[in-house]
Design a protein around this ligand. Structure first.
Ligand code: ADP
Ligand code: MG
Length: 666
């Protein structure tokens, strides 16, 4: 007696639906040898398909054992079972089970994709198989464009793709007209003659007569297993499966040489490429849905990118504004702190302090300040303006430029010259646009001063553009306007290369030593900058978290649609599993789809953000949007991460589908 190829021992399969369990197979004992052609017959519901699924490793036994070539399948994991289906079994179903969006050629080659056959080789082989089955001119037809008989022949070609040593045909003629049915049986015979083991399931006794052995099954029990007297064993017959469709599949369960590392890499890449094309196909076949899925991601990424860009732009703008005001400026005031009541009576900020500070290496420029409000008169126009007594370096310290004329000269300071620099606002009040104010003498209170310059308006939110400001040399101010010998403040601009903090500390030390006590306080614009930075940081964080929430909502949208899509495509998943796709192949396919949706959505979002930024820039000049490489990288990272994160559960659901269950769903 030959060693049986397939062997069932006390095999049982129970289905549990809710509370009830139903035994579809009850203690089956069955051996099938290599090269046999067996028909399994029985009434509908007798357990034929269940038996077939068990034999083809699509389903597992509840009780008993199933041995293939003496090897117990109970110990095999899902990958090993997938490999058995892929390499050794070929399924032919009553309803063909072809993938509707793939043409005949692509349908045929699926098993080879999962087994890692080289692309050209599998193309050639599937074409040869289809040709030998009389479908040479139908290679590029979709299943919907083929007749039932042709579709069934495509499914035969598919079952032979990786050899198909054992062909499992479940009611293969069930959906065919009698002529196609006969053709079908002829092909099965030829395959049998070529050495394939054929297991044919049917409820039709006349079809069973084609087999050399008939197994009758009823209510999950084999009640008759006999040789068919009408058919002689292995009658000689010419083979119809010609060149290309060679008979390599008849080497029953001979181990293939293991793939080398390089081969495995190529195979994995092939599977990835296949999964990628599948994902693209799935996306393009449901365009509207894909777009709607993407929409959440598009909106999310657009908002993330624009908000980060807006934040970045605003921060840069604010920092520029502050810098133009002088970022490295330190003010020194008398008193302990802001609002010290005694500060008015402290008269210790003096010219000597100014000179001592001026000698310090970290000082770029320095000016004292002494301020008051005075009535200013010119051409019978009188206005109230703030008058500041400053040094010639004031304009450098404050970063003020001249629109007309020039800043004070050291000579003006020394001579206590009666000269004045007015700002743009004052010029507007006192002079007509066409008038040149330079050289004109105006009255500051009762002191006549000659205008030597007009300062430019400073731009930016920090410019005070309402007040009228005029400046005179501090020497003149002290002696001729105020009659005092101390300053209201001293302002130091620190050299760009020096640290504000160190300079500030040094100033405090120097002045404390000079005064014998710390009767002054300092205020550095550096602090303002830090405050602005941390404020914009907080703001960016806040708005970003809103954007992240919108991304999460988008991700949930993706997950939702993917879950629906998995349910909808369960049948496709079942087919892929039946022809040997691993769980990881299915997982990969759906993950790729999710990531692809997110990446494309993300790219559209980035483009949109870019466009919005451009449009925004046209209308709002105060706010700038700054798209940085960083934000693009973040956007890409975010979208792929969302794809993986929210695509994982649906993809895992897909991969964990039960093949038989999935196949049954249509
Ligand atoms: P057939 O001989 O018509 O192919 P099947 O093998 O498909 O019969 O089914 C045998 C019995 O098992 C039937 O009574 C069917 O209702 C039951 N059955 C098959 N699959 C399932 C399932 N997944 N859940 C519950 N019952 C099932
Ligand atoms: Mg059935």
């Amino acid at each position: 007696m030959r060693q049986p190829l397939l062997e069932l021992k006390e095999a049982g399969r129970e289905f549990t639906t809710g509370e009830q369990s139903f035994a579809a197979l009850k203690g089956i004992n069955l051996s099938i040898c290599a090269g046999e052609m067996v028909a399994v017959v029985g009434a509908s519901g007798s357990g034929k398909s269940t038996l077939m699924n068990i034999l083809g490793c699509l389903d597992r036994l509840s009780t008993g054992r199933y041995l293939i070539n003496g090897r117990d399948t109970g110990t095999l994991d899902s990958n090993a079972l997938a490999e058995l289906r892929r390499e050794h079994f070929g399924f032919i179903f009553q309803r063909y089970h072809l993938l509707p969006h793939l043409d005949a050629l692509q349908n045929t080659e699926i098993p080879a994709v999962y087994s890692g056959m080289d692309k050209l080789k599998r193309r050639a082989r599937s074409a040869a198989l289809l040709t030998s089955l009389g479908l040479a001119d139908r290679c590029h037809h979709l299943p919907g464009q083929l007749s039932g008989g042709q579709q069934q022949r495509v499914s035969i070609a598919r079952s032979l793709m990786n050899g198909g040593a054992v062909i499992l045909a479940d009611e293969p003629t069930g959906a065919l007209d009698s002529k196609s049915g006969q053709e079908m049986m002829k092909i099965l015979h030829q395959l049998h003659d070529a050495g394939h083991t054929i297991i044919l399931v049917t409820h039709d006794l006349s079809l069973a007569d084609h087999a050399e052995r008939i197994i009758e099954i009823c209510d999950g029990i084999i009640f008759k297993d006999h040789a068919n007297p009408k058919r002689p064993l292995n009658p000689p017959r010419p083979s119809l499966i010609r060149e290309g469709a060679n008979t390599e599949g008849t080497e029953h369960f001979s181990a293939r040489p293991p793939l080398t590392r390089g081969d495995r890499g190529v195979a994995a890449w092939g599977r990835f490429a296949e999964a990628f094309t599948m994902a693209l196909k799935a996306m393009t076949s449901h365009r509207l849905r894909t777009f709607l899925t993407m929409l959440g991601i598009i909106i999310g990424i657009t908002s993330v990118v624009s908000i980060v860009a807006l934040g970045e732009g605003t921060r840069e703008k604010v920092i520029n504004d502050i810098s133009s005001m002088g970022t490295n400026v330190i003010d020194i005031y008398p008193g302990k702190d802001w609002g010290d009541e005694k500060s008015g009576s402290i008269q210790t900020l003096t010219r000597e302090d100014l000179e001592a500070l001026q000698a310090q290496v970290y000082v770029d420029s320095i000016t004292p300040g002494i301020y008051t409000n005075l009535l200013i008169r010119s051409n019978n126009i009188t206005v109230n303006a703030s008058v500041g007594g400053v040094s010639e370096q004031y304009f450098r310290v404050r970063g003020v430029e001249m629109a007309q004329g020039s800043a004070f000269l050291p000579d003006h300071i020394r001579r206590q010259a009666q000269v004045v620099i007015i700002d743009e606002n004052t010029r507007k009040k006192l002079f007509a646009t066409s008038e040149n104010p330079l050289g004109t003498v105006i009255l500051l209170g009762s002191l006549p001063c000659q205008i030597v310059g007009v300062s430019k308006d400073k731009e930016g939110p920090f410019a005070s553009n309402q007040n009228l400001n005029v400046w005179v040399p501090y020497t003149a101010a002290m002696s001729r306007l105020f009659g005092q010998h101390h300053f209201t403040s001293i302002t130091v601009r620190v050299r760009d290369t020096m640290s504000n903090q160190i300079a500030e500390a040094s100033i405090v030390k120097l002045l404390t030593r000079r005064h014998g006590t710390k009767d002054f306080y300092t205020n550095s614009s550096d602090t303002i900058l830090k405050t602005v930075n941390s404020t914009t940081d907080t703001l960016t964080l806040l708005i970003s978290s809103v954007a992240v929430i919108s991304l999460i909502v988008g991700g949930i949208g993706v997950m939702n649609i993917m879950l629906v899509s998995v349910t909808e495509r369960a049948h496709e998943i079942g087919i892929r599993m039946a022809v040997g796709a691993r769980q990881s192949d299915i997982l990969q396919q759906f993950l790729i789809e999710a990531v692809l949706v997110c990446l494309i959505g993300g790219s559209i979002g980035i483009l949109l953000a870019f466009g919005l930024g451009k449009i925004f820039a046209l209308f709002f000049t105060i706010i700038t949007i700054k798209l940085s490489l960083m934000s693009l990288v973040v956007a890409f990272f975010c979208s792929s991460a969302i794809g993986v994160l929210f695509g994982f559960i649906p993809a895992r659901n897909a991969a964990r589908l039960d093949p038989v269950d999935a196949l049954a769903r249509e």
